[in-house]
Design a protein around this ligand. Structure first.
Ligand code: SAH
Ligand code: SF4
Ligand code: F3S
Length: 440
């Protein structure tokens, strides 16, 4: 009987994409995937370090597996991803049951790591030199209608609150040929949506030193692939969005009119302290330029409550920005001090936890209000949606689907339409989803 692996994935889509690669490599080594942790022979947690809560969650999962190992000493336990990059081999001391620690730069060396661990070695390899990507890599794609494709890894921005440049390293773009080949394969395999991933997708190509390699041109190339599917890209850095990109999105019929442009704070002094390269006015300018370019476009954002030194008035600038700009949806977070970061050392101006939490609550409420307002604009209109899955709700079969801009739509259908594009009329809006009915 072949051995079984289980990977628990935390964090962003970048980690989810890494997991598809790791699973593919595990399978090439003859392992089978299991969704039941208890029957796994090799367990791995792919970690996120963006906030302390993410790290704590990963380490408590490892603790559970460590206890299990007492009764089953043959099982192998590994950690990878962003938290592994930070704590490195110190983790062996804290968690002596660990067999494998590796980072974000060397996931393609994974087959070698597994073999060494199988031979009884304890392996810790964290490097800042990227291990080259193989020409042919079998991915174990998730059972979803879409496919994620990383286009650029790492980040050069060093926002003062953020750990990502320390966990994912400097920007490295993948060759366009590799990306196009991967997209062609995903579409041939029946995927209906391609999401291009990067911490700052607008930087795509800068390190490849060819002025023709840009995100805008990559979209134009991908748009030529035959078939009916959608193309998206995340995440955009406000002042790096070029006019050419805005035009490419307008030109390409397969590209969703959707931008995720984190603002982080609505106050110019805080933005400066965060080392973001724009102020409130510049963000407004780019936001409105995008809003006004298309008939319908969804613009989403990220915000942090309680950055060190943030005053009540400055925080209110964040709330007013969300309202004035009518941001369609925002990810919201409480500031969490991170290792190696500049803001993490500003301990004398840290905001007390109860103040941060109270601000976060108001941030959340404003976000809910604006998300509902954004959803209400769709009521009564007809949209083409991509069906993602079918679920029973109150004894009725319902489809979960998304508009091209990513809004979640539920509508009744006895027939399982997963993977199909259909037209629906929106009947009701709630904060986190919309209801609709099929139209012919
Ligand atoms: N590259 C993207 C964001 C990547 S991290 C960008 O530039 O916007 C995802 C989000 O996590 C960030 O947008 C930020 O809102 C949040 N985040 C990052 N570091 C954080 C911290 N120390 N505390 C709280 N939230 C944080
Ligand atoms: Fe972090 Fe800033 Fe880079 Fe985004 S742009 S990953 S927030 S350092
Ligand atoms: Fe987390 Fe690393 Fe992504 S810190 S958000 S998993 S890049």
């Amino acid at each position: 009987m072949s051995k079984k692996f289980y990977i628990e994935t935390m964090g962003c889509q970048m980690n989810k994409s890494d997991t598809e690669r790791l699973e593919g490599m595990f399978m090439e080594l003859g392992y089978d995937k299991t969704t039941d942790q208890k029957e796994a022979d090799f367990l791995i947690v792919s970690t996120c370090a963006i906030r302390q809560t993410s790290v704590d969650k990963a380490y408590s999962q490892l603790g559970v597996w460590g206890k299990r190992k007492k009764n089953r000493p043959d099982i192998k336990i590994g950690i990878c991803g962003c938290a592994a990059e930070i704590d490195k081999d110190a983790l062996f001391k804290r968690m002596p049951y660990l067999d494998l620690i590796f980072g974000t730069h060397n996931i393609f060396k994974f087959p070698e790591f597994v073999k060494r661990v199988e031979n009884g070695e304890k392996v810790c390899e964290i490097t800042t030199i990227p291990y080259p990507e193989p020409e042919e890599l079998k991915l174990n794609r998730q059972d979803t209608v879409g496919a994620w494709i990383p286009i650029i890894e790492g980040c050069n921005n060093f926002c003062t609150y953020c750990v990502v440049p320390f966990t994912r390293g400097r920007e490295r773009s993948r060759r366009p040929e590799l990306i196009i080949k991967e997209a062609q394969k995903a579409i041939a395999d029946g995927k209906k949506e391609i999401t291009l991933l990067g911490q700052n997708v607008d930087s795509y190509g800068k390190d490849l030193h060819d002025p023709n390699i840009t995100l805008a041109n990559l979209l134009r190339e991908l748009n030529k692939i035959e078939g009916k599917f959608r193309i998206k890209f995340v995440t955009s850095y406000p002042t790096d969005i070029t006019d050419d990109l805005i035009e490419a999105v307008a030109e390409c019929d397969k590209v969703s009119k959707f931008f995720h442009i984190p603002m982080q704070s609505g106050n110019s002094r805080v933005l400066k302290a965060m080392n973001r390269r724009y102020d409130r006015e510049q963000y407004y300018e780019i936001y409105n330029k995008i809003r006004n370019r298309y008939d319908e476009v969804e613009i989403t954002s990220d915000f942090i409550a309680g950055f060190p030194g943030e005053t009540e008035e400055e925080f209110q600038d964040t709330l007013s920005a969300i309202e004035e700009l009518k941001i369609d949806y925002s990810n919201t977070a409480i500031y969490s001090p991170r290792p190696f970061t500049k803001a993490g050392r500003m301990t004398d101006i840290f905001i007390p936890d109860e103040v941060k939490e109270e601000r976060f609550q108001r941030l959340h409420e404003t976000n809910c209000k604006m998300t509902l307002a954004s959803n209400q604009k769709l009521v009564g209109k007809v949209y083409e949606v991509l069906c993602e899955s079918q679920k029973e709700k109150h004894g009725k079969m319902m489809m979960n689907a998304r508009t091209t801009t990513g809004k979640l739509i539920h509508f009744p259908s006895e027939k399982d339409l997963t993977g199909e594009f259909v037209n629906v009329k929106i009947t009701k809006a709630q904060t986190w989803c919309l209801y609709a009915e099929l139209v012919d």
